[in-house]
Design a protein around this ligand. Structure first.
Ligand SMILES: [Zn+2]
Length: 94
């Protein structure tokens, strides 16, 4: 069942889990019993695809504390292989 967010004018926000057919029904605050207004929040994207969750987490982290790197991230950069063939030593150099 989906979770719907409501806001009491006195106590603040609270969530109600109910069937979708009852989504538009009014809710009362569990603290004071006042009629609460439904509020719309962003969907729970974090519960979805793990790759998307990792990307969102990395994006959120880098927004506050950018990572200091010594090479281009995401590329597997290998050092230039060194040849041990003596004929290569006689090749012209730039
Ligand atoms: Zn209340």
């Amino acid at each position: 069942m989906p979770t719907y967010a409501f806001r009491c004018p006195h106590c603040g926000g609270f969530d109600v889990i109910r069937p979708m057919r009852e989504a538009g029904a009014p809710a009362t605050c569990p603290e004071c019993g006042t009629a609460a207004r439904r509020v719309f929040e962003s969907p729970a994207l974090r519960a979805g695809d793990p790759r998307m969750r990792r990307a969102l987490d990395a994006s959120e982290r880098s927004a506050d504390e950018p990572a200091v790197v010594s090479s281009v991230p995401g590329r597997n950069r290998r050092a230039t292989p060194i040849s041990r063939d003596p004929r290569h030593a006689r090749l012209p150099r730039p």
